[in-house]
Design a protein around this ligand. Structure first.
Ligand code: AN0
Ligand code: CP
Length: 321
């Protein structure tokens, strides 16, 4: 694997999950693979899980790790080419990227959607520049349109808990006070569409995701209808995708909050969320604290998905050298 930004990069999902479950049984099995290799993690946005789980994954593989929070201590970066840099930005991304690449073997990048310019976000301008100019294998730690390490951990979690071969998985929008990217739901949909699960997306009108991510999923604006018979309920807020409301909050309707009453419509479903989650906006205390809540095992599986991804990137480096 030369990069990891979308589901296609991981190849066969059965093989990927099997590899993940094997690593979970013995997470230090490949501790020699990363010896004297350096992972650099670049954060343009905040993180708890991604930062900790990816560093732990690198340590499982014997790697050294450097972390940079671009907004804390580094020079302010200009990202547009052609700009006369007479403002507050002291350095250009076009120099910063190859410099960062010169100090490491693999680069992870977190760079959320700006939510003001849809074309810029959906072209993945920031992570694509890392791929082009760093000279290193690059993986996404949540880019503008996808969060593949999260989706891979979600898939592992569903495979560990499913009670039928072809579970009904419902991705549902839920309310949140601030505008959030579509990366997590886009990516979850992309991975679910690559399985043979019965996959349904529920969201209020105006919140349909980009058609290339919706794919073959059933879409409904009736949350109750979607929840009936669900085996897994994956809640997430996202801002509007469709023009002219791209990146806007159109609703904070708490009748979409996942509550005990909502879960009663399901087939005793498991509750999932990528975290961080706002309680009693997205999900009630009772639901997130119930034994059917998978939020903690899901977050724990982030170490496993990251270990598989780093292992595969390191194996490719070995072949090349
Ligand atoms: C981010 C998002 O919705 O993309 C990160 C989730 C992993 N969430 C927030 O900013 C609250
Ligand atoms: N789920 C997730 O990626 O969490 P962080 O934003 O804390 O990394």
């Amino acid at each position: 694997m030369k990069k990891f930004t979308c589901v296609q990069d991981i190849g066969n999902l059965h093989d990927a999950v099997a590899e993940a479950l094997a690593i979970k049984k013995d997470r230090f099995a490949h501790v020699e693979l990363g010896r004297n290799k350096t992972l650099m993690m670049i954060f343009f946005n905040s993180s708890l899980r991604t930062r900790l789980s990816t560093q732990k994954a690198a340590m499982n593989l014997g790697m050294n790790v450097i972390v940079l929070d671009v907004n804390q201590g580094a020079w302010k970066l200009e990202t547009e080419r052609g700009v006369i840099m007479d403002g507050d930005k002291a350095e250009h991304l076009l120099e910063a990227i190859p410099v960062m690449g010169s100090y490491c073997d693999i680069i992870g990048v977190r760079s959320f959607a700006g939510l003001t310019n849809k074309a810029e976000d959906y072209e993945e301008r920031i992570i694509e520049q890392f791929i082009r100019y760093s000279g290193r294998p690059v993986f996404s730690m949540e880019a503008a349109t996808r969060h593949p390490l999260q989706s891979f951990a979600d898939l592992i979690t569903i495979e560990e808990h499913k009670r039928t071969e072809r579970p009904k998985v419902v991705l549902t929008w839920a309310p949140h006070p601030k505008a959030l990217p579509q990366a997590v739901p886009n990516s979850f949909a992309e991975w679910m569409n690559a399985t043979d699960y019965d996959f349904v997306i529920a969201n209020p009108e105006g919140y349909d995701l980009a058609p290339e991510f919706v794919g073959k999923a059933k879409v409904t604006h009736d949350q109750d209808e979607a929840l009936r018979g669900a085996d897994f309920v994956y809640a997430k807020n996202w801002s509007a995708y469709a023009a002219p409301n791209y990146g806007k909050v159109l609703s904070t309707d708490r009748s979409w909050t996942i509550s005990t009453e909502k879960m009663a419509l399901t087939n005793n479903a498991f509750f999932m969320h990528c975290l961080p989650v706002r309680r009693n906006m997205i999900v009630t205390d009772d639901v997130i604290e119930a034994p059917t809540s998978l939020v903690i095992p899901e977050a724990a599986n982030r170490e496993i998905s990251a270990t598989v991804v780093l292992k595969r990137l390191l194996e490719e480096l070995k072949i090349e050298n």
